[in-house]
Design a protein around this ligand. Sequence first.
Ligand SMILES: [Cu+2]
Length: 317
Amino acid sequence: MKSSAARPRAVRLAGLTFAGAAVLAVLTGCSVEGVGKAFGNFGWPSRGISIQAHRMYDLWIAAVIAALVVGIFVWGLIFWCVIRYRKRGDELPAQTRFNMPMEILYTVTPVLVVCVLFFYTAIVQTDVDKLKRNPGQVVEIVAFKWNWQFNYRDGVGAQAHTVASTLGSSDVIPLLVLPTGKKIRFEETSRDVVHSFWVPELLFKRDVFPGSIRNQFEVTLDREGRYVGRCAELCGTYHAFMQFELVAVSPDKFDQFLAAKRNGASTQDAMAAIGFTGAQSAAVTTQPFNTRRQGHSWYQPTSAASGSLASGSAAGK
Ligand SMILES: [Cu+2]
């Protein structure tokens, strides 16, 4: 039987638990996005430009909020114990060995926390990895040392045909023009070594393997714009030169772009046909690196700032 003195403490503990739950309810009542924005995304790079990226973002923000609620509750208990049971004299307090309910509580609770985190992670991961039987657009990503080729396909799988294609070179950054609002299937293959297809704003990258392995993934873009893409696997000397640009446009504009490409237009002309004229018809988020790797193309000391790091790195771009 518990003593009557233990009851107020139990009531207080229950009160704290209730307060923690109330804070959680208030926080989850607000939009996850709103809370995330207010706190600098809690270290997450951005909300991304695809529906899949938003789900990963929401998982991260919600996990941090839950961790903070648990953390604040535990810190509260710690400080409460520190103050409530601080040393008041030389008399040794009552020595206890263990408390079975407490032992069970602090074993079961972390297991529950891990289970909840695992549950939601598995749901989001399955969702992000999900492939549709009939995606809205299929694009084959061909990586090679050291550039990219993007093939617009007429179906899924290696047996489908390429209907239009964009090839990058040392002088021209390849543009990957894609529609918003459609599930886009990426099918990856490499001509030589392992590369990695990465658009930071998608919050996603997947390795590109040579041989028979054909990695796939799908995204649904929901924000028009132009975003830099990179190779994220150290693939050799000019790995850093493997840049491309993702151009997300409306479905109507994409159809016009693809029609122009199918009629034999260059990517730049097809871009001009959907309103990206002049300098806008080429990449705007990145530019080709200087491939002439001679001393003077990397480092040109100026008379004004001779030998400074700033002038050296500017010359190297
Ligand atoms: Cu690469």
